[in-house]
Design a protein around this ligand. Structure first.
Ligand SMILES: *[C@@H]1O[C@H](CO)[C@@H](O)[C@H](O)[C@H]1NC(C)=O
Ligand SMILES: *[C@@H]1O[C@H](CO)[C@@H](O)[C@H](O)[C@H]1NC(C)=O
Ligand SMILES: *[C@@H]1O[C@H](CO)[C@@H](O)[C@H](O)[C@H]1NC(C)=O
Ligand SMILES: *[C@@H]1O[C@H](CO)[C@@H](O)[C@H](O)[C@H]1NC(C)=O
Ligand SMILES: *[C@@H]1O[C@H](CO)[C@@H](O)[C@H](O)[C@H]1NC(C)=O
Ligand SMILES: *[C@@H]1O[C@H](CO)[C@@H](O)[C@H](O)[C@H]1NC(C)=O
Ligand SMILES: *[C@@H]1O[C@H](CO)[C@@H](O)[C@H](O)[C@H]1NC(C)=O
Length: 913
C-alpha cells in the first residue's frame, strides 16, 4: 500500500513536471479550458466538456488509484454551435462505481500537442469513506447472450478471495486496493428469482448482487374482433418468454396508447370499449419493445356469442329447436348456424341459414330416441369465425308404429311348420315392443286367426294340412300401435328324397348359393338354411334371407354358418299365391375332418386275401362331404397307405395276396379338410386247410406205396430176411398140447395197442408200461415166444381188469406222462372199481405237494365225483382228443366219441406224425 501511494505521488509529480516542459516546447497550441467531467451512473458514462480552439484532442483515462491507463485515444470533437463547448462521452465497461477514474485531455494539431489539462478525478465507491462491502452493478437487467463486468469492493481490512457466479468461480482483476472485477460472457436466462453473483472472502460471503437475464418482448399476431358489434377484444400471442418475472420487469402493453386492461387469466387479451379502424399494440420491457398492429372493419370481425334459452319441441321423426340471442344487433345479421346432433355416440352436424336465425327444424330423426345437440352460429356475410357453442341440450323423440318384422315359415314335416321372424331391432321398433301378433288364414277363408306373443318370442309352431294353402302374417305392436303385417304363403313340405339335392362347399368366407330364376312373376326369393342334423331336443334355428327378384344368387355370410355343420339350404320363389321350392342343397360353410371313425370295421380272410368292410360315418358326424377312405397297414411304429378309395360310397376293400401273419388295418374317412379318426382291426391269417389236406394225402399215399413195396419185398424174400435178421433159435422141446384155448383170446386187446398194466408196489397206483416199443417185433408173430409167455402168464390178471373196466366208462387217468412216445390214456381204464387200489382221496390231493423222488409220476387229476369242474377236466384228459400218439387210435375208442374224427384231424394237422 505504501508503494502504491508512493507511485501515485511520483506520477502526480511527474505530470506536474511535464506540464511546464510542454508549455515550453510548443506555445502555439493552448490547453483545453474549463474542462469538466460528469458521470451518469444509469448509462455508465462519463461526459467531458471543455472549450478549445482545436478540434483534435488526445484523451487519457486512468484508474486513479493504480494509475492504470484504460483509455488512450485521439478524437475529433466539434464545438457545439450554440454553447461553443465541446462534449465527449465515454461509456465504461466496468461500472463507474467500482473505482475512481482520472481524465485528462490535450489539444493536438498534426504532431503538435498542447499541454495536458490537469487530471480530473471522478471518485468511485472504493474511497476510504465507504468502508463497507459493495458490489456493482446492482439488480441489473441484461439480455441473454450478452456480457457484463461486475466488481466487488471489499470492506476495509478484509482480504478478497473470489467472485462466484452460479457454481463457477470467475477470473478476477484488481482495479484498486479494495476493488476487484470480473467479466461474465454469454449470459444465460435467469430463473424466476434472478441469477446471483457473490463476492467471497476466505471465510464468508462478503456481498452479492442479482442479475436478471432475459429477452426483450416477443409478442406477435394481434387480432381484434367484436362480440357485441360495439366493443373490441384484441388478442395476440406472447411469443418467446422474456424470462423476466419480477413485477417491475414484466412486459407492459399499451393498445392504441391506452394502457391495456389485461384479462387477468389470459394475458394475451386486451379489451376496448369502442371499435377503432386500426389497432396498435406496444409491448415493452427493460430490454426492449415490439409494436403490433391490426386493422379491419367491424363487420368483418364478428364472432357471435352462444345462443341462450334453447328449447325443443320433439315429434316422432323431427323436432323444432328455438333459441334467443343476448345481443339485439344479431337479429339483423345474416347468420349461418351449425347444429351438432349426437345420438348414441354417433354425431353429425347440419347447417341452417337465415337472418337473425333463432329456430330450426331438425328432421330425419328416429322415433323414441334420445338426442343431444348444441348450436353455434356465425355471420355469413363476412365469415370470420364460428361463435361459441351453446351448452348441450337434449331431446327425446316420440314413439311411432314399428316396422314390420321379416318373417318366414319353415316346414318341419308334412303336418307342421314353424313361423319364424327376425326380432324387430330397436332401430325399427320405434318404441319398446309389447307383443308380436301371429295370424293365420286358410285360402278361401276371410278372417284371420290371431295369437299374441310376448316380444321375446321369435318363432311359433303351426299345424298345417297339405290340402289347403295357408297364409301366415306377423305384426309387431308397441304402445303407439301395430306395424304392418308381414305375410308369407306357407310352402309345401318337400322331403329331401323327393328331389335331387346338390352339394355346396363354402370357402370360409361364406357360402355362395345360386339358382335358376325361372318364374317371371316372382316377388323375390327366400334362401332358407337349417342344420341338417337337428336333434329334436335341442333348439335348431332356421335362418333365412330375402333376395330381390333381380338376383339369382346370394352369399350366406360365414358368420351365420357354424364350421363343420351341414346345412340344408332351400331356395323358394315367392309367387303371389304360393311359395315354391326351387332347389335344395347340402352345404358346409367350412368343412372339417370327420369327427367319428367308420364303424363296424371287420376283416375276413378269404384265401390269401383279406376283405375289410365297414359302415360309413353317419352324416351328422361327417363334418364335411366324405371324399373317400384311406386304408393303412399298421405295423409297430408306422402306417403305410395301401389304398386310397376315392369313391365315398365304397365300404369294403380287399387286400390281396397277403403272406401268412398278423396284420393290423386302419381305415379313415376324409373330407376336403383331411382325414378324421381311424378304426383299426387286427387279423391273423392262417394257412389254407384245403391245400394242406391235399399235400397230406399225397404224402400219405406215397408212404403207403412204400410200405406196400417193402411188405411185398419182405414177403417174397421172407426166407432170406428170416435168415439174415432172425436166425432160427432152436426152441425148447415141449410135450403136450400148448395150443391156447380160443375163448379168452377173443378178449385180448389188439397187440399193437398192448398196454401192460402192472401194480407198482412203491406207488400203489397204476402205471402204464409202454407196449410195442419195437415196431419190428410185433410184425413178426411167430417168434415172440417170450412175449407170448408173458402174455399167457399175465392173462388172468388182465382179464380181470378188463372185466372191471368194461363196467365203467369214464374216470380219471392217473397214468404217467413219462414217455412222450406213448402217452396213451385209455378211456375207462380207471373206474370206481379201481378205487381200492387208489390211495385215499386226501392222500391223493396231498401227493402233488410232496416232492416225490420218483420224478416220472405226476397224477393229472384225482377222481372227485363232487367237483364238476374237475370232472370236466378229467373228461378232457380221458378223452381221445388228448391222445398224442405215434400210432392211430383204436377204432372202438374213436367210434365212442363223434367229435373224435375232427380232433383226429387237428392232431394230424398239428404235424405230430
Ligand atoms: C498513447 O497512444 C499514443 C499513440 O497511439 C502513444 O504514442 C502513447 O505513448 C500512448 N500513451 C501511453 C501513456 O501509453
Ligand atoms: C462479449 O464478450 C465477447 C468476448 O469477450 C465478445 O466477443 C462479444 O462480442 C461480447 N458480446 C457483447 C454483446 O458485448
Ligand atoms: C400514440 O401516441 C404517440 C405520441 O404519444 C403518437 O405519436 C401516436 O400517433 C399515438 N398513436 C395512436 C394510435 O394514437
Ligand atoms: C356447414 O358450413 C360450414 C361452413 O361453411 C362447412 O365447413 C361445413 O362443412 C358445413 N357442414 C355441413 C354439414 O354442411
Ligand atoms: C312333425 O313334427 C312334429 C314335431 O316337430 C311331430 O310332433 C309330428 O308327429 C311330426 N309329424 C309327422 C307326420 O312326422
Ligand atoms: C297330404 O296329402 C296326401 C296326398 O295328397 C294325403 O295322403 C295326406 O293324408 C295328406 N296329409 C294331411 C295331413 O292332410
Ligand atoms: C387320397 O386321394 C385324394 C384324392 O386324390 C387325395 O386328395 C388325398 O390326399 C389322398 N390321401 C392320401 C393319404 O394320400
Amino acid at each position: 500500500m505504501k508503494m502504491m501511494r508512493m507511485c501515485t505521488l511520483l506520477l502526480l509529480l511527474l505530470s506536474a513536471c511535464l506540464t511546464p516542459s510542454l508549455v515550453h516546447s510548443g506555445s502555439e497550441l493552448s490547453v483545453p479550458q474549463t474542462v469538466s467531467v460528469q458521470k451518469d451512473l444509469a448509462s455508465q458514462t462519463l461526459t467531458l466538456s471543455w472549450r478549445s480552439e482545436a478540434s483534435h484532442f488526445d484523451m487519457e483515462i486512468y484508474h486513479t488509484e493504480l494509475m492504470e491507463l484504460v483509455l488512450n485515444e485521439s478524437i475529433w470533437v466539434e464545438a457545439d454551435s450554440k454553447t461553443g463547448s465541446r462534449d465527449w462521452t465515454w461509456r465504461s465497461a466496468v461500472p463507474l462505481e467500482c473505482t475512481s477514474r482520472s481524465v485528462r485531455i490535450r489539444a493536438r494539431h498534426v504532431d503538435a500537442v498542447s499541454q495536458w489539462s490537469p487530471l480530473l478525478t471522478v471518485p468511485g465507491m472504493d474511497v476510504p469513506d465507504q468502508p463497507q462491502a459493495q458490489m456493482f452493478p446492482q439488480d441489473r437487467v441484461l439480455e441473454v447472450g450478452g456480457n457484463v463486468t461486475v466488481c466487488c469492493i471489499t470492506p476495509v481490512g478484509v482480504a478478497f478471495s473470489s467472485l462466484g457466479y452460479g457454481n463457477q468461480n470467475l477470473a478476477a482483476f484488481r482495479l484498486s486496493r479494495r476493488s476487484f472485477s470480473a467479466t461474465i460472457t454469454d449470459l444465460h436466462k435467469s430463473s424466476y428469482t434472478g441469477t446471483n453473483v457473490v463476492c467471497l472472502s476466505d471465510t464468508s460471503i462478503l456481498t452479492g448482487t442479482v442479475l436478471f437475464i432475459g429477452y426483450p418482448p416477443g409478442d406477435e399476431g394481434l387480432q381484434c374482433e367484436t362480440r357485441d358489434l360495439q366493443s373490441a377484444e384484441c388478442r395476440w400471442s406472447k411469443g418467446r418468454d422474456t424470462g423476466l418475472k419480477k413485477r417491475d420487469l414484466l412486459t407492459k402493453y399499451t393498445l392504441n396508447n391506452r394502457s391495456c386492461t389485461e384479462d387477468r387469466r389470459d394475458r394475451k387479451l386486451c379489451r376496448s370499449d369502442r371499435w377503432e379502424s386500426s389497432w396498435t399494440l406496444v409491448a415493452k420491457n427493460p430490454l426492449g419493445m415490439v409494436q403490433l398492429s391490426d386493422s379491419a372493419h367491424i363487420n368483418q370481425r364478428i364472432r357471435l356469442l352462444a345462443p341462450v334459452s334453447v328449447m325443443s319441441d320433439a315429434e316422432a321423426w323431427q323436432a323444432r329447436v328455438g333459441w334467443s340471442w343476448t345481443v339485439e344487433a344479431y337479429k339483423t345479421l345474416s347468420l349461418l348456424c351449425e347444429v351438432q346432433l349426437d345420438s348414441g355416440g354417433h354425431a353429425h352436424t347440419r347447417n341452417y341459414t337465415g337472418v337473425g336465425l333463432s329456430s330450426v327444424v331438425l328432421d330425419r330423426l328416429r322415433p323414441d330416441s334420445e338426442y343431444s345437440f348444441s348450436i353455434r352460429c356465425a355471420s355469413v356475410r363476412y365469415f370470420w369465425r364460428w361463435g361459441d357453442w351453446s351448452a348441450p341440450y337434449s331431446l327425446h323423440t316420440l314413439m311411432d308404429r314399428p316396422n314390420a318384422p321379416d318373417i318366414w315359415v319353415w316346414r318341419t314335416n308334412e303336418s307342421t311348420g314353424q313361423v319364424v321372424w327376425k326380432s324387430v331391432s330397436p332401430w325399427d321398433s320405434h318404441g319398446a315392443l309389447t307383443a308380436y301378433e301371429v295370424s293365420q288364414r286358410d285360402r278361401g277363408e276371410d278372417g284371420w286367426t290371431t295369437v299374441s306373443l310376448p316380444p321375446s318370442e321369435s318363432s311359433t309352431p303351426i299345424s298345417l294340412s297339405n290340402s289347403s294353402d295357408v297364409t301366415v302374417a306377423v305384426a309387431a305392436r308397441n304402445p303407439v300401435g301395430l306395424s304392418q303385417r308381414s305375410t308369407v304363403t306357407v310352402p309345401q313340405y318337400t322331403a329331401d328324397s323327393e328331389l335331387s339335392v346338390s352339394e355346396l362347399v363354402g370357402n370360409g368366407g361364406g357360402l355362395t348359393v345360386s339358382w335358376n330364376g325361372s318364374h317371371s312373376s316372382t316377388q323375390g326369393y327366400v334362401v332358407e338354411w337349417v342344420p341338417t342334423c337337428c336333434p329334436a331336443s335341442s333348439t335348431c334355428s332356421v335362418q333365412w334371407e330375402r333376395v330381390s327378384p333381380s338376383n339369382t344368387s346370394t352369399i350366406i355370410q360365414s358368420g351365420s354358418l357354424d364350421p363343420g355343420v351341414q346345412y340344408t339350404v332351400s331356395i323358394f320363389t315367392l309367387l303371389p299365391e304360393a311359395s315354391v321350392l326351387l332347389q335344395r342343397y347340402y352345404g358346409y360353410g367350412q368343412e372339417q375332418v370327420p369327427s367319428q371313425s367308420v364303424a363296424a370295421l371287420s376283416a375276413v380272410q378269404s384265401g390269401s386275401d383279406v376283405v375289410l368292410s365297414w359302415t360309413p360315418v353317419p352324416v351328422c358326424k361327417q363334418k364335411g362331404f366324405i371324399l373317400g377312405h384311406t386304408v393303412y397297414l399298421a405295423d409297430a411304429s408306422n402306417l403305410s397307405l395301401i389304398a386310397n378309395l376315392t369313391d365315398p360310397a365304397l365300404s369294403s376293400y380287399t387286400v390281396k395276396s397277403l403272406p401268412l401273419g398278423s396284420y393290423k388295418f386302419t381305415v379313415r374317412s376324409y373330407t376336403s379338410a383331411g382325414e378324421g379318426m381311424e378304426s383299426t382291426i387286427a387279423i391273423k391269417t392262417e394257412s389254407d386247410t384245403d391245400l394242406m389236406l391235399v399235400e397230406i394225402l399225397v404224402a400219405l399215399g406215397a408212404m403207403s406205396i412204400c410200405l406196400i413195396i417193402i411188405t411185398i419185398f419182405c414177403y417174397k424174400k421172407r426166407e432170406w430176411v428170416k435168415k439174415a435178421f432172425y436166425p432160427e433159435i432152436p426152441g425148447p422141446k415141449l410135450t403136450g398140447d400148448w395150443s391156447a384155448p380160443p375163448g379168452p383170446l377173443d378178449l385180448k386187446p389188439p397187440p399193437h395197442s398192448l398196454v401192460h398194466i402192472v401194480e407198482s408196489p412203491d406207488k400203489e397206483g397204476l402205471v402204464t408200461v409202454p407196449g410195442g416199443e419195437e415196431e419190428g417185433r410185433h410184425d413178426d408173430e411167430d417168434d415172440n415166444q417170450n412175449v407170448e409167455m408173458d402174455t399167457d402168464s399175465d392173462e388172468p390178471a388182465l382179464l380181470r381188469y378188463y372185466n372191471q373196466l368194461v363196467s365203467d366208462a369214464s374216470d380219471c387217468s392217473t397214468s404217467s406222462m413219462d414217455s412222450a412216445q406213448t402217452q396213451v390214456t385209455y378211456t375207462g381204464i380207471q373206474s370206481p372199481a379201481y378205487r381200492p387200489q387208489n390211495q385215499p382221496e386226501a392222500l391223493m390231493e396231498a401227493e402233488p405237494q410232496e416232492e416225490s423222488p420218483s420224478a416220472g409220476y405226476k397224477p393229472q387229476c384225482s377222481w372227485r365225483p363232487d367237483s364238476p369242474e374237475n370232472e370236466n377236466l378229467c373228461d378232457s384228459l380221458g378223452s381221445p382228443t388228448s391222445v398224442t400218439s405215434s400210432q392211430f387210435l383204436i377204432p372202438e375208442s374213436s367210434e365212442e366219441h363223434p367229435e373224435s374224427s375232427g380232433s383226429w384231424f387237428q392232431n394230424l394237422l398239428s404235424g405230430k406224425f
